[in-house]
Design a protein around this ligand. Structure first.
Ligand SMILES: [Zn+2]
Length: 501
């Protein structure tokens, strides 16, 4: 970590550094976010930590004013360690299960000592400490932001039983859960089974572009973009629900409203939405990489904070990507809507969101030609569905990029474009890049995939972000007239437009 940068960020309370490091104050033994409103301590009395877990392991308690549990997630691993990234995703999905670190290492296919070393290097804390801190932070968020009974919070945050939960909270906060709840200023209770969370990000965040991208691809009945918010149906552990995401710029956060009857799935849902809206991205690093690039610098200046949209469900996204091969985004959206209408379960949602996207089990046997799909596309989607059912293809948790690309491309009709596009959005792989993309070739005035790949070398490890810029943000005015920009835009809007195989 760069001490001087940390010090400057701390003294200016700069929100762009929120969650990138934490400050331990020696006198009070409390650790804070860079934006903490409390009076700043003298430099000699503070220590800097790359993660909250590292501060906790060094014996510091979370500050009750700036609430470290509310900071954006750590970007420490992004574009660096694949193993740490996958481990964090796995912890995000399941917490750390009973098998602890051995189980985690085994599922990642590495030794426990190696995993521990990687965690210490990138996050400054062991996997167990990282998982424990995340459970604790989520419990604190539930105490502060919901009216969920404390017994339910113990289960929802992965403590297993109330006794362990009480002990952990008391040890960390020197207060009981009941005392903490009394301190929290609670909003009036919303409807039953409804929860509202603030999900912080490091500014800037390019919300309009994100929303426009999602709107063009929203599957009718399953997703909707209305009045500046994103809506969708969800299905977790056999239970249906829905959610809404909106933008609160002044708070540097997204507002997530969840309607769901099983609190134990809240952790998973929140983590999923954070990934979907790419809230852990470290914009500063990405901007530095693109600053000196002639094609990207202008675009970055015009639309700072563009993120790579993730997805709610990898299977749904992959299906959508196959549908989009060689046709316009609009035509693919229509087809996706027909699939949802014909094969998706109806559920009593809200407004225009009334369907669940069909499960792989359903599409594996579905007659897709009946809704106007070509034989080749029907074949691809059924093969995809079967591979997901068999467990040959996974999108979550412990996916190794190269293995994923290889397995995915073994399916009929899947070329590198589709595989990379899905890696970019379903795996959250920041360096995935839609090889040979027609709109990217056109935006860069290149003629073939090999040239594009060479050109993209300069954007590593953030090639996915470069693709988003080239697709969604116009080049300069002069360039626009030279290259007949309107033509590019229509191609860009219709990406995915290229597929090999
Ligand atoms: Zn603080």
């Amino acid at each position: 970590m760069d001490w001087q940068a940390c010090s400057r960020a701390r003294l200016s309370r700069d929100p762009r550094f929120d969650g990138k490091f934490f400050i331990g104050v020696l006198g009070s033994r409390v650790y804070c976010r860079s934006i903490c409103p409390a009076p700043t301590a003298k430099e000699k009395n503070v220590r800097y930590f790359p993660t909250a877990a590292a501060a906790a392991e060094a014996g510091f308690r979370p500050c009750l004013r700036c609430r470290p549990e509310c900071s954006p997630g750590t970007p420490a691993w992004m574009g660096t360690s694949n193993t740490v990234a996958r481990a964090l995703r796995l912890i995000g999905k399941t917490g750390l299960d009973d098998r602890g670190m051995e189980g985690l290492a085994e599922r990642l296919g590495v030794g426990t000592r190696h995993l521990r070393r990687l965690f210490l290097r990138h996050l400054g804390a062991s996997p167990i400490a990282v998982a424990h801190t995340r459970r604790l932070h989520f419990a604190k968020k539930l105490i502060d932001e919901t009216r969920l009974p404390l017994g339910q919070i113990a289960l929802a945050s992965g403590f297993g039983c109330v006794r362990r939960f009480n002990a952990a909270i008391r040890k960390t906060y020197k207060r009981t859960p009941t005392q903490i709840r009394r301190l929290a200023r609670q909003a009036p209770a919303p409807f039953d089974n409804q929860y509202v969370f603030q999900l912080r990000f490091r500014p800037p965040y390019q919300w309009p572009t994100m929303l426009a991208f999602l709107k063009a691809r929203a599957i009718p009945g399953v997703e909707a973009v209305e009045s500046g918010s994103y809506f969708r149906s969800i299905f977790v552990e056999g239970i249906a629900g829905h959610l809404e995401v909106s933008f609160e710029e002044e708070l540097n956060s997204l507002r997530l409203r969840i309607q769901f009857s099983e609190p134990r799935s809240l952790f998973f849902i929140v983590e999923r939405v954070r990934a979907m809206f790419d809230l852990n991205a470290d914009w500063g690093d990405i901007a530095i990489t693109f600053k000196s690039d002639s094609e990207l610098s202008g675009r970055v200046e015009r639309a700072p904070g563009l993120r790579v949209p993730g997805c709610w469900n990898g299977f749904e996204l992959a299906t959508r990507a196959i549908l989009g091969q060689q046709i316009t985004v609009r035509a693919a959206t229509t087809l996706a809507g027909r699939i949802a209408q014909k094969f998706g379960k109806v559920f009593p949602g809200s407004g225009t969101v009334t369907r669940l996207f069909p499960a792989p089990e359903t599409l594996a046997e579905a007659d897709l030609s009946s809704i106007g799909l070509t034989r080749a596309r029907s074949h691809s989607i059924r093969a995809l569905a079967r591979a997901v059912c068999d467990g040959r293809l996974r999108f979550e948790g412990i996916v190794e990029l190269q293995a994923f690309l290889q397995q995915f491309m073994e399916l009929p009709g899947i070329g590198p474009w589709t595989a990379q596009y899905v890696a970019m959005r379903a795996l959250g792989e920041p360096d995935a890049f839609p090889l040979g993309d027609a709109a990217l070739l056109s935006a860069l005035r290149l003629t073939n995939a090999a040239e594009l790949e060479r050109r993209a070398e300069a954007w590593r490890p953030w090639r996915a972000y470069a693709a988003m810029y080239l697709w969604n943000v116009p080049g300069s005015e002069i360039q626009e007239s030279k290259t007949q920009f309107s033509g590019i835009r229509s191609t860009a809007a219709s990406a995915p437009a290229f597929v090999a195989g």
